[in-house]
Design a protein around this ligand. Structure first.
Ligand code: XLS
Ligand code: NI
Ligand code: NI
Length: 442
């Protein structure tokens, strides 16, 4: 890494964050995340593949609907667009390196400001791609995924791929092309589609069927372009039910799976699941993970948490050990994330204005996932957790239950079995026992 000096260091006074173990009193150290430690046969860093999110950490300036920026970034000072973008990238790679984050993720417009001139945007992105390539080579930090922001510009107010105006769709395609080019050039391991405005505000003016067909066609077209240009990674769809649209077509994991199946996209796409999106959809995060895992489609995670009392995407850093432990149980049992990692799609609060706050946030997030990984592995290795669940289904393992699973019983056979066996015994679901078991291992 370029030598940090008084002139080029952004996070002054904060050095390398390292593992110091549970006994440490140092708030700027990991207590659980020990990248080289082997858990369940793999190094922690291989299980977790943490990524920093460019948009929240280096662009999100604390603005909310009631007030302007509270985070005044020193890397935002210069007048020239590209100078500013390079300063921001210097700050980003300094942070990622000090944090020991092996990956990062970006939207096109996080990296450099876009205007309305497609060719000029492409030129800017090309310059920043070269700059990022050098930074990656210097630091070893890698790109987990790239994406295009098709929701902020006013032209996308009625959607991008699902816009009723084909002209707008073509602008979305131009952006996706440039973002794919950048992702491929940077050896990005995946590419994400989150369609914040791919949905509707009112059905009164919406042809839902046509819009969804356009979305599918758009995804096929983008995928074909990327494959033709050597992209070997996975495409992820990131479900979210609403916000900013009233209804988003990628509502939740089950809905997206149905869409991918209907439009023949299952082979190239997987899911990128976000905690706060699950809760907005009225699900637990664990539910979304299990739906994806059962379909073999669990690709990646956007880690954050919502607020129990608020119904929107507050994108707070994860800190609920029970939620994360139960999630890691599902991820471990599924054999891990397929191609993805854990991207902190989370932002520090508007009033968290110390440079150190961004470090505390990521340390907390990384430690809680590391602790949950260790705990979940111990639960799977040493407790009765798996056995209790398996035993609940034992009646399907042999005899008539097995015959039913194999499809060899008719409705009359089932009726005759019920008559012969009489009234079933009540069998406990043991929920409280299992909840205590999780807490015992935490
Ligand atoms: C917004 C989404 C977004 C995606 C990337 O709610 O989480 O940040 O992850 O476009
Ligand atoms: Ni996200
Ligand atoms: Ni989100």
């Amino acid at each position: 890494m370029t030598k940090l000096t008084a002139d080029n260091e952004y996070f002054k006074g904060i050095g390398q964050i390292s593992f110091e173990g549970q006994e440490t009193d140092n708030p700027l150290a990991f207590r659980w995340y020990n990248p080289e430690q082997v858990v369940a046969g793999k190094k922690m860093k291989e299980h977790l593949r943490f990524a920093g999110a460019y948009w929240h950490s280096f662009c999100g300036n604390g603005t909310d609907p009631f007030g302007g920026p509270t985070h005044i970034f020193p890397w935002d000072a210069k007048a020239d667009v590209l100078d500013r973008a390079k300063d921001k990238m210097d700050a980003a790679f300094e942070f990622l390196t000090k944090m020991n984050l092996p990956y990062y993720c970006f939207h096109d417009v996080d990296v450099v400001d876009y205007g309305n001139d497609i060719k000029e945007n492409e030129r800017r992105m090309q310059i920043m791609t070269d700059y990022a390539k050098a930074k990656q080579a210097e630091t070893g930090v890698k790109l987990l995924w790239g994406t295009a922001n098709l929701f902020s510009h006013r032209r996308y107010m009625n959607g991008a791929a699902t816009n009723p105006d084909f002209h707008v769709l073509s602008h979305g395609a131009a952006q996706v092309k440039a973002a794919l080019d950048a992702t491929i050039a940077l050896n990005g391991e995946n590419y994400v589609f989150w369609g914040g405005r791919e949905g509707y505000m009112s059905l009164l003016n919406t042809n839902m069927k046509r819009e969804q067909e356009h979305l599918a066609k758009f995804l096929h077209t983008a995928k074909d372009y990327a494959r033709k240009n050597g992209f070997k990674g996975t495409f992820f769809i990131e479900p979210k039910p609403c916000e900013p649209t009233k209804h988003q077509y990628d509502y939740d994991a089950a809905t997206v799976l149905g869409f991918l199946r209907q439009y023949d996209l299952l082979g190239d796409f997987k899911l990128n699941l976000e905690v706060n999106h699950a809760t907005l959809a009225g699900h637990t995060f664990q539910h979304e993970l299990q739906v994806a895992a059962d379909a073999g489609m669990l690709g990646s995670i956007d880690a954050n948490r919502g607020d129990e009392q608020n119904g929107w995407d507050t994108d707070q850093f994860p800190n609920n050990i029970n939620e994360v432990t139960e999630s890691m149980l599902i991820i471990l049992e599924a054999g891990g994330l397929q191609g993805g990692g854990i991207n902190f799609d989370a932002k520090i609060r508007r009033n968290s204005t110390d440079p150190a706050d961004l470090f505390h946030a990521h340390i907390g997030g990384m430690d809680i996932f590391a602790r949950a990984l260790i705990t979940a592995d111990r639960i799977l290795q040493h407790s009765e957790y798996k056995k209790i669940r398996a035993e609940r289904y034992a009646s399907y393992d042999s005899g008539k239950g097995k015959a039913f699973e194999e499809g060899s019983l008719s409705l009359e056979d089932l009726r005759d079995y019920a008559v012969a066996q009489g009234e079933p015994q009540t069998i406990s679901g043991k929920q409280e026992f299992l909840e205590n078991l999780i807490n015992r291992y935490i």
